[in-house]
Design a binder for this molecule. Structure first.
Ligand code: SF4
Length: 468
């Protein structure tokens, strides 16, 4: 999972991209990068580095990243380790200049890379975006005399026809402008924004979340549709306009995890607000807990900070039980789920929370989390609450049981790592050391979202075919 943003027309777009990246930091903390295109000199400029956005860029860097078009990226590694060569954005200069960022994962990455290697292509990284760059470059070679816009359409169509998985891409094509596209099922998000510039013209941007666009002054226009390419010619003094082409639409199946966990609470995806969805999930989960347990036996409802708080408060209201803050988060430790590697996660959990003893001593606590993936955090937290005096600890998850790997960009690829895989609920509770565990059902999730979505990690039914 990553955060991406691209925009054009500002005098120095890198400054706005930087501000947008700050609003996308929660989508990945491994690295940050910006690539700009300076039409005056015909140069790409870039800086990308391991670390968080505010640590990677100085004001001097942003001044050096000249140009009216720029792309930004915050990385959370799925394919490839966290190493310098895998960082984004990336740029190619043969057979044509092109700059790219992406969010997602190609489930047929290995096969595509092998077929490209067999044709004599070479790679600089283990990043699946480099496969997309090769596919696009190959399509540009095959139609060297066609207008640039037509060649871009063929390049994006080639990617959508050959690359399986969840991916959203933003790119700069010097000589044409800025573009963005989503995979045929629209698994990863991509939003278009527009802004009125001081000279009376409009400019456009793409980003993973509309909250990031709003932060830099763009109004939400709409989501890029599944299998759609959108581009903004922005060369010379011509007014910018949105152009679009539906290339390989296969029915939208956006990742349900965006609403449950990843996206910012103030984001709107596919016109479904994240905040309202989390509220509704809490209400529905509350009804399920109330049907299974006498609510009066629960003394305190609390949340695992931060993303589950909205659902936890709604759940407490539904059960008419008091909501209290029990876990106090050390905000300077990274989110444990986003840290890759089990060892790092274990360390992060123990460093991350302290407990308000007075609220839980001798009490029955219902702790709400947005999801239970490996169970690492949940088990540690249950034990922590017991150590601090809780008499009983129940867990509730606003995501249904995750029993299958995600092939499309979320880091739970191995079934054996998933605590709910192959276990009935009482065995999950036992594995988590909890007195009971409650989950939102798939039907409740369908009610809360009110639209089709990818649920492959819940059902094992994959948009692009069976798990390898
Ligand atoms: S499998 Fe799960 S986490 Fe992965 S894209 Fe689908 S809904 Fe999202």
């Amino acid at each position: 999972m990553c955060g991406i943003i691209g925009l054009t027309h500002a005098v120095q777009s890198a400054h706005d991209v930087y501000r947008g990246l700050l609003m996308l930091q929660h989508r990945g903390q491994d690295s940050a990068g910006i690539l700009s295109w300076d039409a005056a000199t015909g140069m790409f400029h870039s800086k990308k580095q391991l670390g968080k956005v505010a640590d990677v860029f100085t004001a001097t860097d942003l001044d050096r990243l000249k140009g009216a078009m720029a792309l930004g990226h915050t990385r959370y590694s799925t394919i490839g380790d966290v190493k310098e060569s895998d960082l984004q954005p990336i740029a190619g200069v043969m057979p044509i200049g092109i700059g790219l960022v992406h969010n997602g994962n190609l489930s047929n990455y290995a096969a595509l890379k092998q077929s490209l290697l067999a044709k004599g292509r070479a790679f600089l990284s283990d990043n699946d975006l480099e496969v997309i760059l090769h596919l696009m470059s190959g399509a540009f070679v095959s139609s060297p005399t066609a207008p640039l816009g037509e060649r871009l359409i063929e390049a994006a169509r080639t990617v959508m026809q050959r690359a399986e998985g969840g991916y959203s891409v933003i790119g700069i094509l010097p000589g044409l402008g800025l573009f963005g596209f989503r995979d045929p099922h629209g698994i990863r998000p991509l939003i278009i924004g527009e802004r009125d510039e001081a000279d009376g013209r409009k400019s456009y941007a793409f980003a993973s979340e509309d909250a990031a666009l709003g932060f830099v002054g763009y109004r939400r226009v709409r989501d890029v549709a599944p299998g759609e390419l959108v581009w903004v010619p922005s060369v010379g003094d011509e007014a910018e306009e949105l152009h679009s082409r539906s290339l390989v639409p296969r029915g939208g199946l956006p990742c349900m995890f965006e609403w449950i966990y990843f996206s910012s609470a103030d984001a709107n995806l596919e016109s479904v607000p994240v905040y309202e969805t989390r509220l509704r999930l809490g209400q529905l989960l509350g009804a399920r807990v109330g049907a299974a347990l006498d609510p009066s036996t629960i003394d305190v409802v609390s949340a695992v900070p931060e993303t589950s708080r909205i659902s936890a408060i709604a759940l407490a209201e539904t059960l008419q039980r008091p909501y209290r803050e029990v876990l106090i988060k050390n905000r300077y430790v990274q989110r444990s789920f986003i840290l890759n590697g089990q060892d790092k996660r274990q360390v992060a959990v123990s460093m991350k929370f302290s407990v308000v003893d007075s609220v839980i001593a001798g009490k029955t606590v219902l702790l709400v989390d947005d999801s239970i993936v490996r169970g690492t955090t949940s088990r540690k937290l249950v034990q922590l609450l017991r150590q601090h005096g809780a008499a009983r600890v129940y867990l509730a998850s606003s995501c249904p049981p995750i029993r299958h790997p995600c092939l499309y960009g979320i880091d739970f690829p191995d079934r054996k790592d998933l605590v709910a895989a192959g276990r009935p609920l009482d065995a999950v509770a036992q594995a988590l050391d909890a007195d009971g565990v409650f989950y939102t059902t798939l039907a409740d999730l369908e009610t809360a979202l009110g639209r089709p979505f990818c649920a492959a990690c819940l059902t094992g039914e994959y948009a692009y075919g069976a798990a390898a």
